[in-house]
Write a protein that binds this ligand. Structure first.
Ligand code: ZN
Length: 325
């Protein structure tokens, strides 16, 4: 695929050849528990990169109407995560009834996880949090259907800075305000498994995450949101490395790759896997190949060189042990 002439590719600021894959430390196939695949042409581009970077099985939050087409093409490699029709979101019975019907339809198609996206804009727009009464029938139905959960709880701490998009805490709450509803939800659905996306939303504080994991045995984290995780790991590599080793059985590999326009190049998809695997496996220290306005300039990437048993657990062992594959 062509790049725009003259413009630096935001996925490849170092001019790497992403087809030239580094020699990885593990040969076992990886499971990516967090993607968003849409139409088949973009999914094909995504899978080209996934295959090249050793990712065999992929969990996707695809719209219900895309499931049949994706499954026809990639049946064995795909697992679906049930999502509602977010763009129609309203706090009313019509939206919720459709959500419940979609949960049932995804379940019939084999989904074992459902996603609750509870980022601060939900609080701003609808006053909605995980422990809001509106959610209770959805949670109850999902439990009855046998679902485990994926939850988006937090966003980058820098977004709460005075220049950040959540600076107005009267609308969005503080970052700490995002967590009591999550903790009540974890208690509500225990022992059902809950995956808190993007390292639980608080990679900036491995200390906070360790407490969260200690308080909730049904909680696991995913490594998705590559730019965010890369820049914060680079700021505190030793702290995150110690956290990953201490909680090796509680972290799942994920990318948060979104396969649709405007992502038309192999390099975009490959860059996320290159960074994730380099960060966890290698002893690389240097610049990140991905542009990131929230990072130091230039953006940094720190390889943690995790032990082999930790890599195996995070890459595929944990999701298999949780019986969600
Ligand atoms: Zn996502």
């Amino acid at each position: 695929m062509d790049k725009t002439d003259g413009a630096a590719d935001p996925a490849n600021r170092l001019g790497l050849d992403y087809q030239d894959v580094p020699r990885w430390r593990t040969s076992a196939p990886l499971v990516d528990v967090h993607t968003h695949l849409y139409d088949p042409p973009h999914a094909a581009l995504f899978f080209e990169a996934a295959t090249r970077y050793g990712v065999e099985t992929v969990f996707t939050m695809s719209p219900l109407e895309q499931v049949a087409g994706l499954r026809a093409e990639y049946a064995d490699r795909l697992r679906f995560i049930a999502v509602p029709r977010w763009k129609d979101m309203q706090l009313d019975g019509t939206f919720r009834d459709q959500w419940l019907r979609d949960l049932a339809a995804f379940r019939e198609r084999g989904a074992r996880l459902c996603k609750f996206w509870m980022a601060p804009p939900m609080r701003e727009r609808f006053g909605l949090t995980l422990d809001h009464a509106f959610m209770e029938p959805v949670i109850e139905e999902a439990l009855q259907m046998g679902y485990a959960f994926m939850v988006h709880a937090g966003d980058p701490s820098v977004w709460w800075s005075p220049q950040g998009k959540y600076a107005d805490v009267s609308k969005f709450g503080t970052k700490a305000d995002q967590y009591p509803p999550l903790e009540r939800f974890l208690d509500r659905v225990a022992p059902r498994v809950v995956i808190a996306a993007h390292m639980g939303g608080w990679i900036e504080s491995p200390e906070f995450l360790a407490g969260l994991l200690a308080r909730h045995a049904n909680l696991v984290l995913d490594t998705s949101a590559t730019k965010w995780i890369v820049r914060e790991v680079a700021r505190r590599p030793e702290a995150v490395r110690a956290f990953m080793i201490a909680h090796a059985d509680r972290v799942l590999f994920g990318s948060d790759l979104v396969a649709r326009e405007p992502y038309e190049h192999f390099d975009h998809y490959a860059s996320r896997y290159w960074c994730q695997r380099t960060m966890w496996e290698r002893d690389y220290r240097g610049e990140s190949p991905i542009e990131d306005p929230d990072a130091d300039d230039p953006p940094q990437l720190a390889g943690l060189h995790l032990p082999d048993d930790v890599l195996r657990a995070v890459y595929s062992g944990n999701i298999a042990r949780l019986d969600l594959l």
